[in-house]
Ligand binder design. Structure first.
Ligand code: PBG
Length: 336
């Protein structure tokens, strides 16, 4: 607000900003943003092996085996969380330089999609289009002679997307940052008869240090050769994010995502204001680890930081938030 507008509204002592904060009910009336269960997408790690394995760097998060997945999703369905995102930890023996397991219609992801859809037909399923869980070097694309190959990678991402759609995936989320992949995936999905499968593009995805715990969770960190700076964005750049979003929208993205979340809320706001399209944000593994580590020390109050951190996304303009805290946040919202 410009200074003259503030003056036009008056000033102390006739104006006292604290009046609207006196009672809980007034605060509720004047609240500008609200977090709803409808805003949440829950990322879930899955594995081939039975049982569940805790992810060390993400206290409270487990990788779930096929025998545990359906039960574990029950509370999310009961709480009416709209969608989950599935992330696989695959047997290292199945990882290859071309990530071919990504297109196997019977791979871990496709099996999980079918099982979840059979148990919970109304729960939305989001799946990445990217090779990192399947690639022996931990990269999102095919690596040859030290370079990530753009167009060759797109081809395999298209097949991965169609395989996932065929299994019942509702939303394909290209998280690879290859140029031109959204348009190619759209055409591949349409060509295979999946016009209604949506694309949630990781449009502004940064080469961030906050993905560390995720890479541990899906088992891609040990192998990761180098970094992802030749395809993910430089954290120094903001205007470039708007170009990325514009291109993905032109290629047919239905929703766009900014990632990471909390350190990039300026980008969320800019994307929402510029395009006015469904704008999602990913509160990534490192953000979760930071908050939970401080909570474990007794330095932060869990319930309050969970809700405040998610509300911040709404204030920045996010329509939905991918968060590992989805379940506890939804339970808290329901409890009022
Ligand atoms: C893979 C992918 C990553 C995340 C989601 N999809 C990691 C990466 O790009 O290295 C990170 C999510 C998180 O940190 O929670 N393309």
């Amino acid at each position: 607000m410009a200074q003259h507008e503030t003056e036009a509204l008056g000033a102390y002592p006739s104006v006292r900003m604290r009046r609207n904060r006196v009672d809980a009910w007034t605060r509720r009336l004047v609240a500008e943003n609200r977090l709803s269960v409808d805003d949440l997408i829950w990322p879930v790690f899955i594995q081939d092996a039975k049982g569940a394995v805790p992810v060390e760097s993400m206290p409270g998060v487990e990788r779930l085996g096929p025998d545990r997945l359906i039960d574990a999703l029950g509370p999310a369905v009961d709480l009416k969380i709209p969608a989950i995102a599935l992330f696989p930890f695959i047997d290292p023996a199945l990882k290859t330089p071309d990530g071919a397991e990504a297109v196997n219609p019977d791979n871990l992801v496709c099996q999980a999609i079918r099982a979840v859809k059979a148990a919970y037909p109304d729960l939305g399923i989001v799946c990445d289009a990217a090779l990192d869980p399947f690639n022996s070097q931990g990269h999102d694309g095919i690596l040859r002679d030290g370079k990530i190959l753009n167009d060759e990678t797109i081809e395999i991402l298209c097949r991965q997307s169609v395989a996932q759609a065929q299994a019942g995936c509702d939303i394909i989320a290209p998280s690879d940052m290859m140029d031109g992949r959204v348009g190619a995936i759209r055409a591949a999905l349409d060509g295979a008869g999946y016009q209604d499968v949506r694309i949630l593009s990781y449009a502004a995805k940064y080469a961030s240090a906050f993905y560390g715990p995720f890479r541990e969770a899906i088992g891609s960190s040990a192998a990761l050769a180098g970094d992802k700076k030749t395809y993910q964005m430089d954290p120094a750049n903001a205007r470039e994010a708007l170009r990325e979003v514009a291109l993905d929208l032109a290629e047919g993205a239905d929703m766009v995502m900014v990632k990471p979340g909390m350190p990039y809320l300026d980008i969320v706001r800019a994307v929402k204001d510029t395009f006015g399209v469904p704008t999602f944000a990913y509160q990534v593994s490192g953000e979760y680890a930071m908050l939970k580590a401080a909570v474990a020390q007794g330095w932060l109050d869990n319930d309050r930081v969970v809700m405040e951190s998610l509300l911040a996304f709404k204030r920045a303009g996010a329509d939905a938030i991918l968060t590992y805290m989805a379940l506890e946040a939804a339970a808290r919202i329901k409890a009022g």
